[in-house]
Write a protein that binds this ligand. Structure first.
Ligand code: NAD
Length: 334
């Protein structure tokens, strides 16, 4: 069985990754498009065999309430619009999958979670790597302490991002930390299986690069976990692509490089005796994520990455921003 999905926002991610993923999804089908550009939306509808009556402008979004073919709304808009469209999705009586980062502030995340509860609908945040087998294997190895206790975690997520791009706008997306640094934060949390208690951070905003008038170019930050695991991570918008992490344990270390990409992930386990590369059958991460949420809705089960998971990352992001600003260690949840 397939549930009907409405895609809200036809940007790069929606057009290049999410819409094609419906072709391989087992439990999700495209039921509606919501876009500010009617010509583009009608063209996309035609390409995917969608009746033009299921194409909405943003001003008509709330009337999706009357479309029984739509079960789930997938918000793929700039971060500053996530809360508004998620909450309107719930008011329209739909379940909502929202892109990461969940929202620019913890207040908005809290309001989104409350709106889901009020509506009696499900909210999931789009952490595609939790539905990907290599990251799942690492989580399993770390939970079972296959290489002994976790000692340190290191991650880098860097890429070249140039204007025009929503990611360089302080209002629309807010720079590298929420956009790509979030993968390092989320991975540290899912590998450790616990929440960081304090952070330190530095950031760099060059004065001689017009791309970074509004947002920092990069951050380096550390996180302390209750078990004693220490994490150190960096993210940057002006460095050649790298997306990897390493988990140092008492009896060996795990490398995932690349770790945060849509495909081609590689997992190596390093022990004193040598290195083993683990082969895992890859999946389409977007189809896997949409299928997971469809099944959670169909079976009335909790999704693996609910709103609370998005809020936990935004809480860490806010602490890192404050630590970078103040130059002080910032406690989380105190
Ligand atoms: P994009 O700039 O390509 O697309 C944004 C879309 O929002 C466009 O269709 C644009 O027309 C629309 N929009 C509506 N109102 C707008 C406004 N006021 N200003 C600018 N755009 C407006 O961005 P994207 O790369 O598709 O990212 C969209 C979201 O998806 C972001 O939240 C991003 O963090 C997330 N994302 C997630 C992943 C992932 O792997 N999970 C990857 C890329 C992006």
């Amino acid at each position: 069985k397939k549930l009907g999905w409405a895609i809200v926002g036809l940007g790069k991610l929606a057009l290049e990754e999410v819409l094609p993923a419906f072709g391989v999804a087992k439990h999700a089908r495209l039921a509606a498009l919501v876009s500010g550009h009617q010509d583009k939306a009608l063209q996309v509808a035609e390409a995917y065999g969608l009746d033009p009556k299921n194409v909405y402008g943003y001003e008509m979004f709330d009337t999706i309430e009357d479309n029984p073919a739509v079960d789930i709304v997938y918000v793929i808009l700039p971060n500053s619009m996530h809360a508004e469209y998620t909450i309107r999705g719930f008011r329209a009586g739909k379940h909502v999958l929202c892109e990461k980062p969940m929202a620019p502030t913890t207040d908005e995340c809290t309001r989104m979670i409350a709106a889901a509860k009020r509506a009696g609908k499900k909210l999931m945040v789009a952490y595609r790597l939790r539905y990907e087998p290599i990251n799942q294997k690492v989580i399993e190895m770390c939970r079972s302490k296959e290489l002994g206790p976790l000692r340190t975690f290191e991650a880098s997520h860097v890429q070249v991002t140039r204007a025009p791009n929503i990611r360089l706008s302080s209002k629309l997306a807010g720079g590298p930390l929420g956009d790509i640094g979030i993968y390092c934060i989320n991975a540290a949390r899912y590998v450790a299986g616990e929440e960081p208690v304090e952070v330190t951070a530095m950031m760099h905003q060059p004065h001689d690069d017009g791309n970074f008038r509004e947002v920092p170019a990069g951050y380096a930050f550390t996180m302390r976990f209750p078990s004693g695991m220490l994490a150190h991570c960096d993210c940057h918008f002006a460095a050649a692509k790298s997306a990897r992490y390493r988990v140092h344990c008492a009896d060996g270390y795990i490398d995932v490089d690349p770790a945060f990409t849509y495909e081609g992930l590689e997992l190596r386990v390093n022990r004193e005796a040598g290195t083993t590369r683990l082969q895992v059958e890859p999946v389409n991460q977007f189809a896997a994520e949409m299928d997971h949420f469809s099944l959670a809705v169909m079976n009335d089960t909790a999704p693996l990455t609910p709103g609370e998971e998005g809020l936990a990352d935004v809480r860490v992001i806010k602490a890192i921003e404050e630590a970078a600003r103040s130059g002080r260690t910032v406690k989380i949840g105190a």
